[in-house]
Design a protein around this ligand. Structure first.
Ligand SMILES: Cc1cc2nc3c(=O)[nH]c(=O)nc-3n(C[C@H](O)[C@H](O)[C@H](O)COP(=O)(O)O)c2cc1C
Length: 338
């Protein structure tokens, strides 16, 4: 069988990607008070839409005001924010570039001191201080009603993403944000149906995915960015284990997601070395063989990207900081691929 190359097209629920290179989500925190783009956001994303990427995943949008990590974060939490975000989605349509928009709830991982001034109670799976939150935030434990409203917020945000004009939506379930806080036994000490064994810690994510499918309709692409473990591949395991993360990947595939993007959970996204999540991506691909998998993290060279896809480690490679450093990076790679 012929090896797949970076130039080969890929179809994801009827959306044709011309090749296998994706721009990873990079938060610009450049939104206006409505949660939509400012002129600066439109400039950044206008460039990204034409950077040669075969897919762009647009930075995390909060599903509710309480779910923000930063004050200037994009939101999809109201009709007004949906309208405000239409010009962003239009940039990608006009450029002919497929784009999925990421939706997120920060839980206790507040990244911006200014949010603390808003004084709403921060909620999380348990009353545990977030290990990566730089502020003394002690969250309150979410009750059943609040968990239910989080599921509804994700479903509504997904629906708004599609109405705003994006062909796909990506659930942010990594880097220690709310869904990652539920997945990790370090931040989730619950004793109810949402805590304890992995089937319980993953329940919120799985219920959100189940609620999103009807909300976004048959044509909307449903992607999940999953933190497979709390510790990097080369570190001693702690918290959420790789085996547990792969179990979640399998369950997500069973629920019919269209795309899986792999990253770290409480450990974050930045490990030393090159292509540090390659083995995880390969394992996720084996766990969910029918779901296209993106591998992101430390992919700096065309040769590395090519090897990952050709060796079957992943279906797509994601490029984050490399593209920030050199906005022409993908275009240059593509010239070399001709
Ligand atoms: C400034 C910055 C903002 C980021 N914002 C997001 C985000 O909104 N959503 C997300 O899933 N990952 C986010 N990431 C992680 C990147 O998508 C990516 O996984 C990470 O940078 C590793 O890939 P790279 O080595 O190609 O940069 C961010 C990373 C950086 C450096």
């Amino acid at each position: 069988m012929k090896a797949v190359s970076l130039n080969d097209p890929l179809e994801i629920r009827g959306i044709r990607l011309e090749g296998r290179i994706a721009a990873a989500p990079i938060a610009t925190a450049s939104a206006d008070p409505e949660g939509g783009p400012t002129p600066r956001s439109l400039e950044i994303y206008g460039r990204l839409a034409r950077c040669g990427a075969d897919l762009v995943v647009v930075e995390h949008h909060a599903v509710s005001r309480k779910g923000r990590a930063r004050v200037a974060q994009f939101r999809l939490d109201s009709e007004a924010s949906e309208k405000a975000n239409r010009p962003m989605a239009a940039l990608f349509r006009e450029a002919g570039c497929p784009a999925f928009v990421q939706i997120n709830h920060a839980g206790s991982q507040i990244r911006d001191e200014a949010l603390l001034a808003e004084k709403y109670p921060v909620s999380a799976p348990s009353e545990v201080k977030h290990p990566a939150c730089p502020y003394p935030v002690r969250p309150k434990e979410m009750d059943a009603e609040e968990i239910h409203s989080v599921i509804e917020s994700f479903a509504a945000a997904g629906k708004r993403a599609i109405s705003a004009g994006y062909p796909g939506v990506q659930v942010h379930a990594c880097h220690g944000y709310l869904l990652g806080q539920f997945l990790s036994p370090i931040t989730n000490l619950r004793r109810d149906a949402y805590g304890g064994k992995i089937a319980n810690r993953a329940r919120l994510l799985l219920e959100i995915v189940e609620a999103l499918r009807p909300a976004i309709g048959g044509e909307g692409v449903l992607s999940v960015r999953l933190g497979l473990s709390d510790s990097f591949p080369k570190d001693p395991p702690e918290g959420l284990t790789l085996e547990e993360g792969l179990w979640v990947a399998r369950e997500l595939a069973g629920l019919g997601i269209d795309h899986l993007d792999i990253s770290g959970n409480l450990c974050g996204y930045d490990a030393p070395g090159e292509a540090y999540f390659a083995d995880w991506a390969r394992a996720a691909r084996e766990a969910a063989p029918k779901v296209p998998v993106t591998c992101t993290g430390g992919i700096r060279k065309l040769e590395t990207a090519r090897r990952l896809v050709e060796s079957g480690a992943c279906d797509l490679v994601g490029i984050g900081r490399g593209l920030q450093k050199d906005p022409d990076l993908i275009r240059k790679w593509k010239e070399n691929l001709r």
